[in-house]
Design a binder for this molecule. Structure first.
Ligand SMILES: NC(=O)C1=CN([C@@H]2O[C@H](COP(=O)(O)OP(=O)(O)OC[C@H]3O[C@@H](n4cnc5c(N)ncnc54)[C@H](O)[C@@H]3O)[C@@H](O)[C@H]2O)C=CC1
Ligand SMILES: CC/C=C\CC(=O)/C=C/C=C\C=C\C=C\[C@@H](O)[C@@H](O)C/C=C\CCC(=O)O
Length: 258
């Protein structure tokens, strides 16, 4: 799948992994609607991107993925501006074990809200032209992090939701692929703020720091390239891409259907 002329929506696009994916999508010819709750960061990034790629290929929309209303409005504006939506990257996420309901609302419910709102524009059953949705999970979506059980739960749930939606899409004829991205530790603001966000598990911060040292940091470019692979390879549906310093691979899950 060529990205030239395609329209992508990226949530949490203003910083970190979302910014890296946004820039890679633009480099490959896509138009990108950048959605983020951080208006200052979003607007200053778009100023930079406009100089590199032209004003007609980017659009910043202030959007809190905790709000279905804001998601729907942003997706409608993106579709009206660029003539439809082909790619959605549900990337916005936080790690906060103290404010754990908000963590669930953003990391899991935000992915569900975004996926369902995007299908209104992307599904072939509702006049869309199909496409692909990439949901950002984590290596913590494949194995537990004792220092952040709620974050772990949201990321495991994103994997399960993505794989189920991939099957539902085939069975329903949406024409929309669903894949999950599972990065290891990446040097971003989220990663930098871990120790102050572990809440009742703050006493486990050292163990998590040791785990990060054990795994090492994965490069932002490697993460973005993995996301791009799941976008452009039209054979990928229901796939989970693990990206850590030592492993860049699609995960094989056991089948329990006898
Ligand atoms: N940094 C890491 O080690 C890893 C991060 N991830 C995941 O990658 C995704 C991006 O995280 P990072 O780039 O590391 O974090 P980051 O903190 O650098 O960027 C997150 C972006 O999401 C935005 N955001 C936060 N809450 C939002 C909301 N309610 N609505 C809209 N935008 C919102 C922030 O303003 C920010 O621009 C998250 O889902 C995170 O769980 C996954 C694996 C590893
Ligand atoms: C703390 C989260 C930091 C950044 C966000 C993120 O999603 C990063 C995830 C990176 C790696 C996750 C690794 C998960 C590993 C698990 O499968 C188990 O191997 C960990 C088991 C024990 C951890 C030891 C401990 O923390 O006590």
């Amino acid at each position: 799948m060529s990205l030239t002329g395609k329209t992508a929506v990226v949530t949490g696009a203003a910083m970190g992994i979302g910014r890296a994916v946004t820039e890679l999508l633009l480099q490959h010819g896509a138009k990108v609607a950048l959605l983020d709750v951080n208006e200052t960061a979003g607007k200053s990034l778009v100023e930079v991107l406009d100089k590199l790629y032209g004003r007609e290929r980017t659009l910043f929309l202030s959007c809190d993925v905790e709000s279905e209303e804001q998601i729907k409005a942003a997706f409608l504006k993106a579709a009206e501006t660029f003539g439809g939506i082909d790619i959605l990257f549900n990337n916005a996420g936080v790690l906060n074990e103290d404010r754990w309901e908000r963590t669930v609302s953003i990391n899991l419910m935000g992915v569900i809200r975004g996926s369902y709102a995007a299908l209104e524009h992307m599904s072939k059953l509702s006049g869309g032209r199909g496409g692909v949705i990439i949901n950002t999970s984590s290596l913590a979506g494949l194995g537990p992090l004792p220092s952040c059980p709620v974050y772990t739960a949201t990321k495991h749930a994103v994997v399960g939701f993505t794989r189920a939606m991939a099957a539902a899409s085939v069975a329903s004829g949406y024409g929309v692929r669903f894949n999950a991205l599972c990065p290891g530790f990446v040097q971003t603001d989220l990663f930098s703020a871990i120790e102050s966000n572990l809440g009742r598990f703050a006493h486990l911060a050292a163990a998590t720091q040791q785990l990060a040292e054990h795994f090492g940091l994965v490069g932002m470019c490697d993460v973005a390239e993995a996301a791009l692979d799941m976008v452009t390879d039209e054979t990928k549906n229901g796939e989970v891409f693990l990206v850590s310093p030592k492993r860049k691979e699609y995960v094989n899950f056991p089948s329990f259907v006898q």
